[in-house]
Unconditional design. Structure first.
Length: 107
């Protein structure tokens, strides 16, 4: 067998460079429906195939973009909660210091 490519592993994935299909011996000649291809149909079919192949990549990119924004919002929320907690702690320390100063001045 000196076949260059098989159906599962073609030599090239470009349909224009692939060898044309040979008619089957078991099938009578002229039994198949003739191929109705116009000049622009093949190009549009190729573009549509390429676009459809890129859909999962675009979906993954959009998903990762959304996940990055979600992580950024989560980080911002954590920082905000931490800042509020530190502010309350500072306010309590300030009140304790004022009370201690007032007690020291009174005595």
């Amino acid at each position: 067998m000196n076949t260059v490519g098989t159906i599962d592993r073609p030599l090239t994935h470009d349909p224009k460079k692939q060898a044309p299909m040979k008619p089957s011996v078991s099938e009578p000649a002229g039994s198949a429906i003739p191929d109705f291809t116009t000049t622009g149909a093949n190009d549009s079919r190729q573009n549509r195939t390429r676009e459809m192949q890129l859909i999962p990549e675009a979906l993954a990119r959009a998903h990762m973009h959304e996940r990055l924004h979600e992580a950024e919002r989560e980080r911002l929320a954590v920082r905000l909660a931490s800042a509020r907690r530190m502010q309350r702690r500072a306010e309590r320390a300030s009140m304790r210091a004022r009370r201690a100063l007032a007690m020291a001045v009174m005595h």
